[in-house]
Structure formats: structure tokens, C-alpha cells
Design a protein around this ligand. Sequence first.
Ligand SMILES: NC(=O)c1ccc[n+]([C@@H]2O[C@H](COP(=O)([O-])OP(=O)(O)OC[C@H]3O[C@@H](n4cnc5c(N)ncnc54)[C@H](OP(=O)(O)O)[C@@H]3O)[C@@H](O)[C@H]2O)c1
Length: 362
Amino acid sequence: MPDSSPAKALVVGATGVIGRYIVERLLQEPTWEVVGLSRRALPARAGYTHLAVDLLDDAATAQALAQVSGITHVFFAGFAPAGGVAADYARNIEVNLKLLQSAVRHAQQTQSGLRRVVLVTGTKYYGVHLGPYKTPAKEDDPRHMPPNYYYAQIDWLLDFHQTCQRQGSTWDWVELRPQTLCGFAPGTAMSIIPVLAVYAALSKAQGLPLRFPGKAKAWRSIYQVTSSAHFAQAAWWAATTPSCANQAFNITNGDYFRWCNVWPRLAEVFDMPWAEPQTIALTQHMPTLRPLWERLVQTHRLTPVAWDDLVAWPFGDYVFGATWDVMSSTVKARQYGFDAVVDSEDMLVELLQQYRQNKIVP
Ligand SMILES: NC(=O)c1ccc[n+]([C@@H]2O[C@H](COP(=O)([O-])OP(=O)(O)OC[C@H]3O[C@@H](n4cnc5c(N)ncnc54)[C@H](OP(=O)(O)O)[C@@H]3O)[C@@H](O)[C@H]2O)c1
């Protein structure tokens, strides 16, 4: 049973594709207060305040956290790609470890009522980005050959937790492993929804059918995603369920799909025909269409989003380049009591419709 006592959350990465959904979910709890943390500020509102701080600035982080009191839960959804190379895991370790250490250390030092730290990692824990791996992946599967910045974060957190326990602290941790978050977050480029939406709009504007741009084998491989709203619900559950203490959980929609089966419905959202895959490198092709996109923004009076913030094409190449099955087992979360599921096909359709309705794409 979730603990329903009043609480105050620190959401690290509150402006991110995951953090912003966690903030919204927690604010639905009448007895929760939320403090967001990221370099960019979000406006204060009922129940919400923001600490605009750079976690790499240790002194500024210490000072900012010393100014708040009563934090009971830390949700860590911060992420800093090293030099823009998200897939370069060796280079990602140092900076992302620092972000976590800075947030958790200072929260531990300044917040005497800390109860739980929820760390967001992901299925790259299993090496989903490397090639075929054992599926469905289970939480206690062996790690892949490092480097992987999640390992550095987890190992440090567990070590720090043990040290704090020895010194009398009672807080615990939960680690959550989602896959390809899907939400309505215009301006957040690293998401498959804007990749699909802008790619479809640019195809349609040229009179092209909606062709899967990924690899032929990826078209038929099994894939999975995590709705951001669903993930936020899981994060709240994980934070408040006593038995989740010191455990890791896979969190996905709980179903699987193949792009070849959902593609016709995605084309329907854009009122366009679809056709068989034609593999292209989105990273190379799509930037050449920027002038066309700018014309579409004018013609359709779209909500302007800076091109670089609109879509991360390398993320599209990464998702559509998985020529192997991508599957996590969600049995453990269900056994511990999180039994919510989302129909991924319906979710993709709804989010793409939302991008159209809000005039992010025509
Ligand atoms: N997105 C996915 O599909 C997905 C899937 C599986 C796992 N994950 C994992 O989930 C975690 C969070 O990723 P995300 O996709 O939510 O990332 P994101 O959308 O890029 O958000 C990152 C957050 O971290 C903040 N941040 C970055 N550098 C900071 C700094 N120096 N100081 C303070 N805040 C900083 C950013 O805000 P500012 O820029 O305003 O500082 C932003 O709020 C990562 O470990 C990622 O690997 C993501």
C-alpha cells in the first residue's frame, strides 16, 4: 500500500522529458509539495517552487538546497549528454555521476527528513543500445561490459546509501528503468514523438507517403516504449510503496509492438498514405529540409519551436535502428503492486494528435 503521509519532493531535472511529468503527477497529490531543480527555471505556482541551479556548481547547489527544508523524496531525472554525444557512454560517466552526487549529497546533508531517493536510469542498463540482448530483460540480469554511466550512478548511490545507513540515516532508494519515453513535451528534442511528427509533416509536404525511415529489420522487430504519464505514476508508486525500498524495476507500458503493425495508424493521424520502409539516415537527410520546415511554420501558423529544440534526429536513427527485439519484463513491478498498463499503439496515436492539435506540426 502506498504511504499517504504528507511529503515534499525534490525533482531533479524538472524541465526534462521525464522530470516535468513527475512534477505534474506529484502536484496532483493534495498533501505533497514539489521543489523542481534544473538550470532553467519553471514558474512557481501553488505547491511548486523551483531552484534554478547548476548541479555542476557544488557551492551553488549546497546553498540552494540549504534554503529549502522538509524534503522527503528526491526524484533524480537529470541528464547531461557529454558534448552532445548521448551514446558515448564513456564520456557521459563523469558529468552524470557528478549531477547525481551533487543532488543526493546535498539533499542528504540539508534534509533531515529524507525518506527515499528515486533514481531514473533506463534499459541501456541491459545494453539495449549495443545489439541483441537477452529478452525479456529482467532486473537481476547480469550487466553488459562497461562503460555505462548508469552503473557508475547506481554503484555510487548504493555505496553512499550504505555509508549513510552506518551513520544512522534511514532513507532508502529505488531505481527505475524505462524505455523510450513518450510524452507531450514540445521543445524537448530527444523524444520519438517529435521525430515521428516532424518526419511525417515533412514527408506529407513533399507529397511523399509515410515511409518507415529505419532499418528493414527494425520495421519487424519487437519494440517497447514508456508513456511519460505512466512513468510518472510509476515513480510516485515507487516513491511511496514501502516494499519497493532498495529495489530496481523495469517500467514500460507493459506491452510490445512492431513498427510495421502500428505504421498504418500513424499515417492515418496525418491523413496520408504509408508505404514500405526506405532506410535513410535521418541525421543526414532531415537537416537539409530545415527551409521547408520554416515555410511550414509560416504557412500553417505553427507554434514556433527552435529547430534544434524541435527534434533530435540522431535519436530517431537510434530508435529506428534497433534491428533486434527490445523487451523488458514488467513482471517484477506487477508483483510489487504496480499493475497499470498502457496500449502503446493508442498512446502513439494520441500523442501525435496532440502535436497536431497544439499546432506544433501541421
Ligand atoms: N528520454 C528517454 O526516452 C529516456 C529513456 C530511458 C531512460 N532515460 C533516462 O532518464 C534520465 C533523464 O533523461 P531525460 O530524457 O528526462 O533527460 P532530459 O529531457 O534531457 O532532461 C534532463 C534534465 O536535467 C537537467 N540538467 C541537465 N544538466 C543539468 C545541470 N548541470 N544542473 C541541473 N540540471 C541539469 C535539465 O534541465 P536544464 O537543462 O534546465 O538544466 C533537464 O531538466 C537519463 O538518465 C536518461 O538516460 C531517458
